[in-house]
Design a binder for this molecule. Structure first.
Ligand SMILES: C[S@@+](CC[C@H](N)C(=O)[O-])C[C@H]1O[C@@H](n2cnc3c(N)ncnc32)[C@H](O)[C@@H]1O
Length: 395
């Protein structure tokens, strides 16, 4: 591996007042895991070789036909030694990353809670609502092996799920989202400014905002807009608000709400945004949430959703399978479902018109000066910061 392929070092990540404290060993552990992740993207290229040279020919010899489904492919490739090594290492890096992050934040859970509380004190920009229920699909599993997912509170007013997420995103993406892990939000701002230079939204809604990584660049770019991020996870929202306060962003509010049933008025937003959200919502909720997006968006308003690269008809069975690895082994059970739905059909089912539908590509803007993805690097399927963005202008 050449030097240019190394991820940036963890010390370059941006700090803020509620960012967990990390000692030398914890940073070293994260650096190791980010490097291992990046290296595994290279190891992954051998899976295609294994498939073409060993797995497929063996299957054809035994069955007298080609592999017909991703399930058959999974069964066949699971016996291949190269795939086994790659797959188990990839799972292990995620488990190690989650446990490393957890030990960092749990030992300072009370201090983090208190720092967040102090920053949120007296601010009307954090609106929590205990009556909001975490949707069953989020309760059903620990998303991407993150213990307790986004909502679990181990102490009163806990913020550790968000703090863990904040420290560790760097590892999962090998530092490709930038210093503030906000490369997605920045990319969408650049695209919107270039494509609609006269767009001057007064009210912006970010659904499934998490701890606000990608809504802050939007709020910053449109300082005269009222920006609202909603999420069902109270720990995420507490941390998000404190982080925004510390970073001096004053036009954003964080509210606890289910995106499938918000309390906003009809046609009350100029822009409804989501980032890396829909692939973590289950079955019927995807449709209910899009109905809600349609309901709250003003006519002439813009909606954009940054998602995983979509499957296409011309995509090989192997590529679909490898892109679905996270659904199988990284506790991302809804990921495949999102890939199977055509975004245009999803949006049409809620009332958007086909002629207003748009689908664009976006790549994270990365302000870490070394470590940006080079053209000759293999894609880390499903994890690289290259996204499908779909959306529409509401008629
Ligand atoms: C992968 S995180 C994405 C966070 C954020 N958009 C970002 O770009 O960093 C997904 C978030 O969606 C939230 N979520 C899932 N279903 C939701 C729903 N129905 N309503 C509101 N938030 C939801 C989760 O709690 C989680 O914080």
């Amino acid at each position: 591996m050449s030097v240019r392929n190394l991820p940036p070092v963890y010390n370059k990540i941006a700090q803020h007042a509620v960012f967990p404290e990390m000692n030398h060993d914890e940073r070293a552990r994260y650096n190791f895991l980010a490097n291992l992740n990046k290296h595994l993207a290279h190891v992954s290229t051998g899976n295609k070789v294994a498939f073409e040279n060993r797995v497929e020919p063996k299957f054809e010899k035994e069955h007298g036909r080609k592999i017909a489904s991703t399930e058959e492919l999974k069964q066949a490739i699971s016996k291949d030694a190269h795939y086994q090594v790659w797959s188990s290492l990839r799972r292990s890096t995620m488990e190690m990353r989650q446990q490393a992050g957890r030990s960092i934040v749990l030992r300072q859970a009370a201090e983090l809670r208190d720092k967040v509380k102090a920053l949120n004190e007296g601010k009307d920009s954090l609106i929590l609502d205990e009556s909001v229920k975490v949707p069953p699909y989020l309760l059903a599993c620990d998303n991407h092996i993150m213990p307790g997912s986004y909502h679990t509170e181990l102490i009163e007013d806990d913020v550790t799920p968000a703090a863990n997420y904040d420290t560790g995103l760097f590892v999962t993406t090998a530092g490709l989202l930038g210093r503030y892990s906000d490369g997605g939000g920045k990319a969408i701002v650049s695209w919107v400014r270039k494509t609609y230079p006269d767009f001057n939204p007064k009210r912006i809604l970010d659904i499934g905002c998490g701890m606000g990584h990608n809504v802050l660049p939007i709020a910053k770019a449109f300082p005269n807009a009222e920006v609202i991020g909603i999420d069902t996870g109270a720990p995420m929202l507490r941390y998000a608000n404190a982080r925004a306060v510390d970073l001096g962003i004053t036009n954003v509010k964080f509210m606890q709400m289910d995106a499938a049933k918000t309390t906003f008025e009809d046609e009350s937003f100029d822009w409804v945004q989501s980032t890396m959200f829909f692939h973590e919502t289950g079955g019927k909720s995807i449709y209910k949430i899009m109905d809600e997006v349609y309901r709250v968006l003003k006519p002439g308003g813009l909606t954009l959703h940054i998602e995983q690269p979509q499957y296409t008809d011309d995509m090989s069975l192997f590529e679909k399978f490898i892109r679905d690895w996270d659904a199988l082994y990284n506790n991302e059970p809804y990921w495949s479902k999102m890939h199977d739905i055509e975004p245009v059909d999803l949006m049409k089912s809620s009332g958007f018109r086909e002629e207003d539908f748009m689908q664009i590509g976006a790549k994270a803007e990365n302000d870490l000066d070394d470590g940006s993805q080079k053209a000759d690097e293999p894609e880390d399927h499903g994890r690289s910061p290259i996204w499908n963005v779909f959306g529409a202008i509401k008629n």
